[in-house]
Ligand binder design. Sequence first.
Ligand code: CMC
Length: 385
Amino acid sequence: MTDTDIKKGLAGVVVDYTAVSKVNPETNSLLYRGYPVQELAATQSFEAVAHLLWHGELPSDAQLAELRESERQHRALLPSVKAVIDGLPVDAHPMDEVRTAVSAIGAEETAGISNVLDAVGSPEENLERSIRLFAQLPAIVAYGQRRRRGLDLVEARDDLDYAANFLWQTFGEEPDEVVVDAFNRSMILYAEHSFNASTFTARVITSTLSDLYSAVTGAIGALKGPLHGGANEAVLHILTEIGDASNVVPWLDAALAEKRKIMGFGHRVYKKGDSRVPTMKAALDTLVAHYDRPDVAELYETLESEFVSRKGIYPNLDYPSGPAYSLMGFDTLTFTPLFVAARITGWTAHILEQQASNALIRPLSAYNGPDERHVEGYVPDEAEL
Ligand code: CMC
């Protein structure tokens, strides 16, 4: 085995087929079940895209109505889950809160299964579990932000669709249409992205025939990291640190001299730009106009053009989504939980796909530790020889 046989970070390694989405860095395109993500963001609701990811086709009107009905039925924050969240420190990181809540839901929903061989569940059960998590995550994320602000839970509104209800449960105010539209687009753009680190984590866990909740809980842990989903939170930290467009040049000089990574830029697969960025930037622009915050756009564009011209490294989706969520009124720490609420659709579509055609994921490693050695004085038992 030589160094070139080692695919550090699995870079460039194709490990399986998927029919859920296609990332093509050559054409800079991302397709969900064949549809360009930009077209979906411009024309569909997040609920319709969830159906597409789970079933492979966009829903008929009747199918969409059925999913919406099911989503509404399961929106409430379960009292037992609320109690688990309330037991956590109020300054726990919201990703820890969401991870713990999903784990608690799993313990409840799989209670009574006494044989580990039954843990995985049937495809029908797992689709229902997916829909319930999709429906429950907004309340978990919204309540998390409110709890940190010392506010009470806001009950779901049956007359609002997913995106509007999510904003309602977070802020307790009926949202403006422009905000609902930008939020819906962000959820669609974040929904799915092939074998990224968190999805692959979910597939690894699923491949052991563990249950869907364990796979999602693991995926949330992977998403928290700033090289992955945590980047949208980290983007806002750096924009806040810079403060104003006039500070970009000196800030960037210092950051690059310290070899800091500039959050929201770069991608393992896309080297010529992330295809989701123009769509999310357009949504950000609508928010900039709506809230009359040209300063936000100026800082965004100045940092982008300075960094791209110096390093040739382009923004990823987390770069426009960070300031967009901030303008909507979300706390910086809530950004990655929003990513969870969106990516639950892609994760669960991959979990269902992995379950339908499973092979235990178990790669090899090249050992580079000490040569074989022995414990001093150890004499093997005769039975061991
Ligand atoms: N800022 C500064 N330098 C960078 C950046 C960046 N954001 N991204 C890459 N580079 C440099 C890096 O320092 C390295 O330089 P050198 O060869 O001189 O050591 C070179 O580019 C290659 O970087 P890498 O980290 O080895 O490449 P990768 O393919 O493993 O990295 C990445 C992909 C996303 C981890 C990286 O670009 C990064 O850390 N970006 C910042 C975090 C971020 O925005 N993450 C979100 C990713 S997209 C959304 C998601 O999946 O959640």
